[in-house]
Design a protein around this ligand. Sequence first.
Ligand code: CAA
Length: 278
Amino acid sequence: MNVTVIGAGTMGRGIAQVFAQVGNEVVLTDVYQKALETAANEIQKSLGKLHSKGAITEAPELVYGRIKFTEDLSLGRDADIFIEAVLEKLEIKEALYKQLNEIAGENSIIASNTSSISINALSAAIKKPENFLGLHFFNPVPIMKLVEIIKGVRTSASVVEKAIEITRQLGKEPVTSQDFPGFISNRILMPLIREAILALEEGVSSREDIDKTLKLGMNHPMGPLELADFIGLDVVQDIMAVLYEEFGDPRFKPPVTLRNLVNARKLGRKSGEGFYKY
Ligand code: CAA
C-alpha cells in the first residue's frame, strides 16, 4: 500500500514509521524542511531502539528506506491512504484538504489524526466525504496500541471497515467512535487531567503525590500531571477549550493554573518545564 502522511511533527513521523514498519511505501511531507530533518533523525533513533529490543526484526535501514521525506506533497499523490497530522487549526487543515482534493485518487482514503476537531466539520472541505474519517493515534505512536477510528455522518461503512483492517495490519487495536467532541479518549482523559490540576490548585496534595496516586493506585503508567506535560500543556489547553465550547459544560473548562503555565510558555516536556522541570 502507498501511504502519504502530511505533517512531520511528533504524531506524523510516528505514523509514517509504523506504516513503514509493516512494509508500506510511505511519503512523509511537511512544509518545513527542518521538521523533516528532525523526523528523519527521530525515526532512525526509534527504529534503532525497537530493533535492539527485538520489537522489529527487519533491519532499521530497510524500514527507514521505505520512507520518502519531501516538502513536495504532489510526490505523495499515488497514496491509497492520506493521513493528515498537521496543526490543530481548522483553516490550516481546510487549506490542505483543497490540495488533497486535487491530487487524491477516486478511491483514496483521507484520514485526519485530529484529537479534537469535528470530523463532520472537517469533511465539509473534502470532495469525497464518504472516503474521509478520523484515525486518531496516540503518542508515542510506535509504542501505543490504540487507534481511535471516528466515523463522520457521511463516512461510508466500507471505509470504516478498511480503516479497521489497516489498524490491525499495523499491529494495533481499533476502537470506533461517533463524531462527538473529544471522541472517546479525550472526553474521558481531559476531565481526569483537569481534576488533577484542580486538586493541585486547591492544595489537596503535592503534584508528586497526585501523580503517584494514579500510578500506584490505579496502575497508570504516568500520573495525570506528568501526562499533561508529556502531551504538551498548550495541546491539553486547546483540547479542553474545544470540549468546553462544544459541550458548554464546566467539567471541561481549562483551569487557571494551566492557562498561566501556557501563557508563561511552560509547555511541559517539550519546553523543559511544565508541572515538572525536565
Ligand atoms: N520509539 C521506540 N521506543 C520507544 C519510544 C519511541 N518513540 N518511546 C518510548 N519507547 C520505548 C523505550 O525505549 C522503552 O523500551 P524498553 O522498555 O524496552 O526499555 C519503553 O518504550 C518504555 O519507555 P521508557 O523506559 O523511556 O519510559 P516508560 O517506561 O515511562 O514508558 C511511555 C514511556 C511509553 C511513554 C509510558 O510512560 C506511557 O505509556 N505513558 C503514557 C503515554 C500516554 O498516555 N500516551 C497517550 C497520550 S494522549 C495522546 O497521545 C492523544 C491525545 O489526543 C492527547
